[in-house]
Design a protein around this ligand. Structure first.
Ligand code: NAD
Length: 359
């Protein structure tokens, strides 16, 4: 049987740990995996585009474990009452090729993206950062808020979204959370939100080369956490921001980011550093307070690998029953797969339930 962590189970694991603590622990797992970057068999994700969205597969392996994530990005979905981003994934044992965990990854993607954003900001933002603009107040925005409040010490959040209802939803959710010392300011434009901010997070969804941030909004010393531009023809920053002489651009995995990130707007030899190089000390993070640092985030498979491992560890840590799912046959004679069909229903193992709970 394959372990199974659906939405209910992940919700339970996160609530038991506490959302902020979960995100911070996950950031630790992600950083640990970025520190062993060279052990991973990496490739850019495989994307199938349509005029309204993208469906992607994200595989990676460290030689012992393998994972993949299925994820979509459909910015117009919310108009039909559907999420922009949904995902699920698998963790597998390289030695046998057997899957060991099937998991929801929609909630987990929001948690891991927030964890990765805050982790990158720990390396790149000024350590005295207290104010963050949060532009794009949709599904990811609470997770980003919690991560930056908890891991970076952000005490003022400046919100903006073209959809006022999205900002109202975020305000309500943040008020219910009562994050200690947090002041929330509603702004009427991206420029107003960014003014005076130490960190600017853009997490908007629109399948085009949007320009959420323009050069005159950027102040010396800012850290930009550019999350929403994550596939070809889908960006958020004006190219001149990246070209600033005082800007340092950090990406996750260069071959993927050149195609999907903000840097797709620039020539292939435009200088970028990979986050793994920064963590390993092979590339500088921030070198002085006046520098503009840009985390050109697109989301890399290693972050989902770390998240699947972490969720699996929590899932298995508990005594008692755990959910499993019967997607791999269990046979007395592995050469006799046909026996599965020949079995009468009463003899079939496991019983014809999709999910069963085993001790
Ligand atoms: N980098 C990563 O690892 C990563 C991970 C997950 C999601 N994403 C991306 O993050 C983005 C947000 O995801 P989501 O799940 O929150 O989507 P969502 O649709 O729930 O929210 C996006 C919000 O952006 C707002 N918006 C659109 N255009 C805007 C503009 N010009 N100015 C201000 N606000 C604007 C929308 O009104 C909406 O409220 C998506 O583009 C998604 O692909 C990236």
């Amino acid at each position: 049987m394959v372990d199974f962590t659906g939405i209910e189970r992940v919700r339970e694991l996160v609530n038991r740990t506490g959302t902020a603590a979960f995100i911070e622990a996950l950031a630790g797992e992600i950083e640990a995996d970025y520190r062993r970057w060279d052990e991973f068999d990496k490739s850019p994700r495989h994307a199938v585009h349509s005029p309204v969205g993208v469906i992607e597969l994200m595989p990676i392996s460290d030689g012992r474990l393998y994972s993949f994530k299925y994820v979509n990005g459909h910015p117009k979905n919310t108009a039909q009452g559907l999420l922009t981003v949904t995902a699920f994934g698998v963790l597998a044992d390289v030695a046998t090729g057997y899957p060991i965990l099937l998991s929801e990854l929609t909630l987990t993607t929001a948690l891991r993206t927030a964890a990765m954003s805050a982790l990158a900001a720990r390396w790149l933002a000024r350590s005295n950062s207290r104010t963050m603009a949060l532009i794009g107040n949709g599904a990811q925005s609470e997770f980003q808020s919690i991560a930056f409040h908890h891991m970076l010490g952000i005490r003022e959040l400046r919100l903006y979204d073209v959809d006022p209802a999205a900002t109202s939803k975020l305000e309500r959710n943040l008020a219910a959370l009562s994050l200690p010392g947090l002041r929330v300011v509603r702004c009427t434009s991206a420029a107003e939100a960014a003014r005076g901010a130490d960190i600017v997070t853009t997490v908007t969804a629109d399948k085009r080369n949007a320009i959420i941030l323009t050069p005159e909004m950027i102040e010396p010393g800012m850290h930009l956490n550019a999350v929403g531009g994550d596939c070809p023809g889908k960006t958020e920053l004006h190219g001149d921001i990246l070209r600033r002489p005082d800007a340092r651009v950090v990406v996750e995995y260069e071959p993927q980011s050149r195609v999907e990130g903000e840097v797709q707007q620039l020539p292939a030899d435009f200088p970028v550093s990979e986050f793994a190089e920064v963590v390993a000390g092979r590339a500088p993070g921030r070198t002085h307070d006046g520098e503009v640092t840009i985390f050109d985030s697109v989301g890399f498979a290693l972050e989902d690998f770390a998240a699947l491992r972490y969720v699996h560890k929590l899932h298995r840590a508990e005594r008692g029953s755990r959910a499993t799912i019967d997607i791999v046959p269990e046979l007395q004679n592995p050469k006799d797969l046909f026996a599965l069909l020949a079995q009468r229903p009463a003899q079939a193992r496991p019983a014809a339930r999709h999910i069963r709970v085993s001790a």
